[in-house]
Design a protein around this ligand. Sequence first.
Ligand code: NAP
Length: 292
Amino acid sequence: MPVLGFGTLIPDADVTTSATRDALQAGFRHFDCAERYRNEQEVGEALRAGLAAEGLAREDIFVTTKLWNTNHRPERVEPAFEASLARLKLNYLDLYLIHTPYAFQPGDDQDPRDQNGNILYDHGVTLLETWRAMENLVDRGKCRAIGLSDVTLAGLVPIYESARIKPAVVQVESHPYLPENELLEFCKDNDMLFLAFAPLGHGMRPGPLEDPAVSAIAARVGKTPAQVLLAWAVQRGTALLTTPKTAARARENLDISALPVEAFDEINRIQTRQRFNEVVKTGSPGFIPQGS
Ligand SMILES: NC(=O)c1ccc[n+]([C@@H]2O[C@H](COP(=O)([O-])OP(=O)(O)OC[C@H]3O[C@@H](n4cnc5c(N)ncnc54)[C@H](OP(=O)(O)O)[C@@H]3O)[C@@H](O)[C@H]2O)c1
């Protein structure tokens, strides 16, 4: 899996198309999608056109998508997977993730709620039952690897221990304000790749992009704060996803180089702790605009 990934959590359809094309042209070869982002169609079209324009083959890129919370029932897993594949216009996936460990009431409504606005969870299925259906997809040759997203270490361990096919990737929010060191160590010790989303703190300000230590290091090494944060993520042994929406930002986010050891250590010493996305606590996605 290419360490630098392009994330497709982009609410606007036209921006999804242009940003995906720009990312491919700039050199991104890893694309992170999700049924829940409701733009797999646009991503699929942009990738198909982009591969042809760049003279690339399907095997030259790594594509991930994710099973949404309303499809955790084992009998819903393969149909959801096939629907994603059709929208993406692909005949296999490199990686399929369970988007969150929370099962929602099955159905077409991605955000089922009661009249008081409370999420309707599905208590009739366990994460392990969903995982077994994911394993079947690998057995049938439909996807090359499977993994989990938005899990805590406590949630990951029982699945890891019971899995016949171990999770290959764990995708969670991570940046200097949320290093998730214990989870990272567990992944490293057990041959799972830790894939960081929101490595720039989702661009929120104040946030890691404006952290004084990061800004000072950026000035010292002649890079932007974003490049420093991405370099730090790679240097600590994680893969990462960013969402550049312009060609210039796509090039910027790929143009990273190793930090001097003292700079790397200085970022490790940042004490601020902040989670930007609460999805890990409820399964309700934090960065998706309300109502979509
Ligand atoms: N599993 C999950 O639950 C989950 C949750 C969230 C995200 N994800 C995945 O992870 C991907 C990345 O997450 P993210 O979008 O939060 O990542 P991010 O790269 O930390 O944040 C994106 C924000 O950073 C800004 N940005 C990008 N490049 C920049 C640069 N060079 N300098 C300054 N600002 C820059 C963008 O600004 P502009 O808008 O101005 O371009 C955007 O607002 C998503 O697309 C999605 O695929 C997964």
